[in-house]
Design a protein around this ligand. Sequence first.
Ligand SMILES: [Fe+2]
Ligand SMILES: [Fe+2]
Length: 274
Amino acid sequence: MKKIFPADQLARDERFVRLDTAERFNDPRTIRGSGSAGRMGRQLSPESPGAPDAARSLMHGIFVGEIQALEGAGRTCWDFDIGKGSDEVPFELKLDMARQCWDEARHCEISVKLSDWMGTELGEFAESVFLYEAACNPDPVLRLTGVNRALEGLAIDVFNTMREFGTKAGDPVLEFCEDWMLADEVTHVKMGSDWLRRLTANDPGRRERALEFQRVVDKLFSLGGARGEDEESPIKLARRFRELAGFTTEEVDEISDLSRDARAEAMARTGGGD
Ligand SMILES: [Fe+2]
Ligand SMILES: [Fe+2]
């Protein structure tokens, strides 16, 4: 079986619609921090007319992300041999990835049922495969930093925001689904933080390359600054859960600054109005 399996050959049935990342971000239903009417530029609130569609779009994006997280963690078990080389991994890292596969498979099932509960058809929103693409990095440390720390870190922020939205909307199904998945994502992000520190303890250059890859992924997927700590941020940066997942206060501050920059850039591009 081949190593580093290409993203365009991932198995999907006819319900799924693939778009590249740029096209997906241009879908007017995609959540973002700034944009024209019809785009969800403010906090998710049950009173806002765009909230149900924004919530359904966001959770469909999470659902396809769960499939790709399962595929990516599975590939990381397979793509690297056990050893101490830069293209090898400790056996214990594979065990963590196997545990993650189990969790992500459960998240796929939860997401399918939650989508049905929210009135969403599978494939109603498009899939872009950026999470899986980050999971194709040939360096296992960059792979875990880009996927587990950056993208699953974003998943922590989304799950926490959606859990609060479920509470406000009086929807216990949404609230509990988000709460259970949030608990697992904290574990997955912590795996990324722990392996980054362990595998680069004596290699500062590799650690810096990994952190730079994380910064690039974080900026690219801050959704035009939708994720942040400002009052109007649609997706709240979940500071406490990120600290539980091995982020230092300075690292969370950096993500917060980066999101604010992305929001300012997006507002400048769109003329400043939501
Ligand atoms: Fe997940
Ligand atoms: Fe995960």
